[in-house]
Design a protein around this ligand. Structure first.
Ligand SMILES: NC(=O)c1ccc[n+]([C@@H]2O[C@H](COP(=O)([O-])OP(=O)(O)OC[C@H]3O[C@@H](n4cnc5c(N)ncnc54)[C@H](O)[C@@H]3O)[C@@H](O)[C@H]2O)c1
Length: 353
């Protein structure tokens, strides 16, 4: 007899292992040009958690639809998915229990009296960082290229000290507006805004992809940091945290443009840490592993897909932006008083493999 219809509380691995639900889920993936490999890093998540983390890409309605279709096929005894159908080995449910979920704990007043500029604050890691700084008493200058995302961020943080600035970090005139909004004092800067490439190796990378990725990830970060240092140097105090990536540590996490751009972020961090060591300014970087955000990564190269997907076999479980905000706000804050020049992997141990 086939087991009961899996629910939102069932793990993805259980869905894939189910003789009726497995094929229904695989069909849905195939319709969007994907395979179950896309789910392997999150196999231990419940479907409910996937709905919560997917930013609308996998909705509750879609989950309800999968359950209804599974129930329909089971009732009909659909021969397309017999109860004794072989289950692919990689779909077997893992034995271990789902890890206990981590809960963010606010450090009251950690940023009280401080002005903190956060880029990419409209989404993902930047949004979580800006939110945590604001909830820990900081005055946040939240900037993003998307006015819509910033407006949503502001409305969700009413009553906290948040100033939003729609700005493109690649444009000097926009950076001038950010500095104007911040005023005379800037205590900390989190350079989070960034974009992915399309996983192309060197012989296939286009001028356009190379230029755009470097403009945002490297030049934008350099321009804003250069401007903010005009405030930090006279004050003799400041903390800058740059967001690198696992691709800033190794060659197997993305295409050549993104990988080179994040290695450049590591270089800027180390140079600045050294240069400002006696100026009271700490400069560190966080290198995230997989995080569930709105960042878009396309595979425009067969070779790129083959090589990057092979390396993804050792990927650690994706986490939420709040997990990254915990690492970033630690380095931003005075708790990291003795740290500078650190490239901190925040990746569940991926970089140790
Ligand atoms: N998500 C991951 O798995 C992951 C892993 C490693 C590193 N990172 C890095 O983390 C950082 C944040 O990415 P995320 O995953 O939160 O992505 P995201 O797309 O959810 O958020 C990035 C934000 O940056 C903004 N932005 C893009 N270009 C900008 C520009 N020119 N000026 C101002 N704002 C701009 C976007 O509008 C967006 O709101 C990036 O630097 C990314 O490279 C992400």
């Amino acid at each position: 007899m086939a087991p009961a219809v899996p629910t939102g509380d069932s793990k993805i691995a259980e869905w894939l292992a189910h003789p009726y639900a497995g094929p229904v889920l695989r069909e849905m993936l195939a319709q969007s040009g994907q395979s179950e490999r896309a789910l392997s890093p999150v196999k231990r998540f419940s479907m409910k958690k996937l709905v919560k983390l997917s930013n609308g890409q996998f909705s509750q309605e879609m989950l309800d639809g999968l359950m209804a279709e599974t129930a329909r096929r089971m009732e009909a005894g659909d021969a397309a998915a017999p109860a004794d159908a072989p289950v692919p080995a990689e779909a077997q449910a893992p034995d271990e229990d789902e890890e206990q979920e981590w809960e963010e704990r606010i450090t009251e007043g950690r940023f009280t009296g401080q002005t903190v500029v956060v880029t990419g604050a409209g989404s993902g890691i930047g949004r979580a960082t800006a939110s945590r700084v604001a909830r820990e008493g900081g005055r946040v200058i939240a900037l993003d290229i998307s006015a819509e995302r910033l407006a949503e961020f502001a409305s969700e943080h009413e009553g906290l000290d948040v100033t939003i600035v729609t700005a493109d970090v690649t444009k000097e005139e926009d950076i001038a507006r950010v500095l104007e909004a911040a005023g005379d004092r800037i205590d900390a800067l989190a350079n989070v805004a960034g974009i992915m490439d399309n996983m192309t190796p060197l012989h296939e990378v286009t001028d356009e992809v190379w230029a755009r990725v470097f403009a945002v990830n490297v030049e934008g970060l350099m321009r804003l940091s250069r401007a903010v240092l005009q405030r930090m140097l006279p004050a003799g105090r400041g903390s800058i945290v740059n967001i690198a990536s696992e691709a800033g540590l190794r060659g197997s996490a993305a295409g050549v443009a993104y990988t080179a751009s994040k290695h450049a972020v590591v270089g800027i961090t180390k140079s600045s840490s050294y240069m400002y060591a006696s100026s009271g300014i700490r400069v560190n970087a966080v290198a995230p592993g997989p995080v569930i955000t709105n960042i878009e990564a396309r595979f425009d190269s067969e070779l790129g897909r083959e090589r990057v997907e092979a390396a993804m076999a050792i990927l650690t479980t994706p986490v939420t932006p709040d997990h990254l905000a915990a690492s970033i706000t630690f380095l931003l804050s005075d708790d990291a008083v003795n740290l500078s020049g650190v490239i901190l992997p925040s990746d569940g141990g991926w970089s140790a493999i």
